[in-house]
Write a protein that binds this ligand. Sequence first.
Ligand code: DGJ
Length: 767
Amino acid sequence: MRTSSGTTINRLSFSFLSRKEPACGFRTLHAALRGIALLGFIAPRLLQAQPDKASIRFDQQTQVFRIDAADMSYVLGINEKKQVQTLYWGERLSNADSFAAAHPTPGPSSLDLSINATGQEFVAWGGGLNVEPDLKVTFPDGNRDLVLQYVSHAIEGNQLIIQLKDISQEIYVDLQYQADATTGILRRSARLQNRTSSPLTVEQIASGTWNLPRGTDYRLRYLAGRWAGEWNLHEQTIQPGKTILESRRGSTGAQNNPWFAIDRNNSNDQDTGDVWFGALGWSGSWQISVEQDQIQQVRVTGGPNSFDFGYRLAPGQHLQTPYFYAGYSHDGIGGASRLLHRFELFSILPHAPNPKLRPVLYNSWEATGFKVDEAEQEALAEKAASIGVERFVVDDGWFGQRADDKAGLGDWYVNPVKFPRGLKPLIDKVHSLGMDFGLWVEPEMVNPNSDLYRRHPDWILNFTGRPRTEARNQLVLNLARADVRDYVFRFLDKLLSENNIAFLKWDYNRNWSEPGWPAVTPEDQKKVYITYVHNLYSILEELRAKHPTVEIESCSGGGSRVDLGIMRYTDEVWPSDNTDAFDRLLMQDGFTYAYSPGVMMAWVTDSPTWVNQRTLSLEYRFLSSMQGSLGIGANLNNWKPEDFATAKKMVAQYKQVRETVQRGSLYRLISPQNGSEQSVTETVSEDQDRAITFAFLHSSRMLYPFPRIYLRGLKPDAVYRIAALDGKISAETPLVASGAFWMQHGVDVDLRGDFQAAAFTLETVAH
Ligand code: DGJ
């Protein structure tokens, strides 16, 4: 994190395409959108109509655009300098409300020019700009000044494109907006076109800037972490200066996640108050700048990281930024999370709006490590099936000469010693037990000790004549290279074509070092930051098209690649290698600020945990994991008959509540943040007929009872029956009561001692 005003700055971290652009004027919006979709980078979903609750209007007289969607209104205007200026972003306004024409905000003095005071939607570096630019370029003659002005626009359904052009050069930028009718979340992207006759270098480009209402009482929330310690929620008052959340690592990273939420400093409630939030859909190096300028304007600008950036854009080419999504909630930070969850499930995931529920899976990584072989995996599969597991996954160790992490990555053939008959007998066995089969891969990496590296030492990211820094004994394949991209696609396609595989756990266990691409000219080498990610997405997209039933998990040594970009191509994510059920409460809480429990894998593993040597009951471990997508990662060979009985019962219970957990509205009733002794979550089904509550106690103190649990999100007049999953609700609790009762009177649970957990369901009954 860095800050330009002396406070500490958190540096926490897009897809660009280059393609010949017709050197003609502005096309129709529909043709423009079709052109984008045809590129394959932006999925065809773009063209699908949304239910018509979003509207985009343009007032010719005032030159004001107004976007209304769900509970949100977003208003922008073209001022007399032809700048596109934000006029309003917040709670939905009356249709009758009108806006006067936009006028540039005067700068307070000669030291603060108007260009810096005017909240523009997308501003280039030039004309005296000092605040964070959306675009900075250098032309071959040394000119670095760029001043963008409105040229034209097109509106079609819930999409708007505004075209800008430099005051003299043939440089065009299309600002693209799409409004989601269900959540009011806006998707923004910018498309830069070079229609000059010379190349230019793009030194910085963002998807756009979000301008908040002017104010000084804002608080920023963001997520930070590291391996085995992801998803820590942080908050800080927004003060004059700049906070940069970023990754310079080549991929998303866990050190900061590309998500932000801003509310008012005095609003502390989970479910009331204004919240502006957003997330970047990019799995490469990224940055989000949160800046309070000299006239107390807060602006949030996001896109690829400008550090070490330099994209040479030839004449006729264009560059499309990643999507930057943002929304507004008047229902507090809880409301903001619920909107994001819905948006992810119904608009982002590959099968949106109907993503499948996550199956209960088993994975032996924590139990057996690299020591996987046919006999042992078959034995584990039998045990997993006996407790109701639906998917059996073989993790690292099945391929090449992989005995540990020192060899084999890159050699994607089945290890003949561990699986002398190939994978088929194991896969058949898994199917005969009623489960489907999943496999671990780490396609973007290579061990120096591998046949692939010995054949192609030039395939990795490197600078000629410089060291090749290893991490976990591995190097990063340069996916930006067409031959590497094809190799990776081909081996995965072969694996999926030759084996009946339902699921891939796609891992990525190190960050970039020496990000050179010697095979291309020095001017084009930095394109690696864009082309790598573009090729990653294209492999995933092509694989999914060719193997439409295969599901994929995004894993990166835990939760280092979780973002709305990778989520368009993957069905679930692995939040952390830390599977300690108590630590997970805090991490899962942080995770759900930005991402849905419906994609959050959570395994029940052994106790004491390898992480903290903490002993936790099997029930506690299950209840912690049941708040997300349940998996089992324990060594079933060490389980006693009573453990199998408990697990069987709890897997069955999970299947009863999983639709609510994975698709419902999450309420954080008691947050585990700030050293809280308790943690309580409630999830209410979409129809509000069912709810599941999970309660956890760290340690009892001084005879205090567990705080009463006041439910939320129920229908006040409906009658609900309560049922404890484990008998730990107070004996005085009525069996049936109104939604109002459960929300106003609340529920007492009998939790005492250390590391205790309880869960109960509510379901409407006819009355
Ligand atoms: C890191 C992942 O996060 C783990 O779950 C496991 O798959 C290992 N890699 C395997 O090397």
